[in-house]
Write a new protein. Sequence first.
Length: 408
Amino acid sequence: MSTTDLPFLKSKNKTAARAADFIAFVSDRTTEQVLKSFVLEQAMPHVHIAVGTVDDAIAYLERIERSPLFLMIDLQDSVMPLSDLGRLAEVCEPSVQVVALGERNDVGLFRSLLKLGVRDYLVKPLTVELLKRTVNVAGGKVSDVVMSRAGKTIAFVGSRGGVGVTTLALNVARYLSDETHRRVAYVDLNLHGSAANVMLGLQSNNGLSDVLENQHRLDPQYVDRTLVAKGTRLFMLTAERPFSAAPAFEPGSLARVLQVLCDSFHYVIIDIPGPSDALAQEAFDHASRCYIVADRSVHSARETIKLLRHIEDRDNNPPTSLLLNNPNAATAGKVQPADFVGAIGRAVLHEIPFESKAVAVAENLGEKPKDKSQNGFTQSVVRVAADLTGQHTMVERSFLQKFKLRRG
């Protein structure tokens, strides 16, 4: 693969907040030269142009902290262009404006690419004039899309207190950001103190209160300044208000915040402390997926039935799954999983086993759980994350391979 970073624009730090505003991976030198002429004529800063494949583009994007404003990808040598672009989308922020190149003047392919969120499809040979008509550098945009991409809002709520909602939700968010290279925003709706911050060793800056109370100032830049970063892909939006402080935000405030976050993050994980709160209602109304966390108790089973009805009877009616957690050591008298399922009339997506030490130690130290068990807490987190990303087969295959190695 050959790479061209314009020497007078090349960043000294390859992991800057936004490593390049314009990134292009093309299949031939002729197209590369046209692109170089275009960016020089437009005086575009922070440019990266390379001769390479979709796989090369994916590998490059995984190494930088922020995706570019514009991404141009050449599909000339792609056998399965839609599949390749689907893989590429997994490492790009939803706000990235993608322009595809190719040799096929195929209306069907063009329409399929638009449905994936591609802004435009250009048939080669490429020219500077064609690029100028497609990419509006001054306006920072490509031609309007038919279907824009947006991140997913995932709600986690407990059937009752103490069932481990924050522990599960936070570790799923951390796994998605660290292991699958997604950008994740974690929103804890407990305005009086986020347990998630403690588990990460972070201090809250009351960013959630600020954005909820200042709707007139709400834009991507303002929201971005209120986030607290944990690494390069996990960001926290929390608050720590006095218990006596009354809410000062208008109805619908959370919906606008979620809309802004979904433009920049693959996943927005919402930690809901109680289902009856006003913010919880907005979260349910705008969630694309819900997880109810319950434990093996009669009270939890009864509350789960009520909570399922409360969520699924809404106009939004998000798909809802049940996670059966074991936050405490096994004791006599717990409801058996089969009896729990029979009582609520709903299958359990995953049962998370009790972890006696790793999780508690990790939470106190602000670290990842060091759980080496194949069937332990960490493996359960991987399975929930796989449910979100649709990678069940990969997770199961990895588990079976390790099992066979141990047996062999």
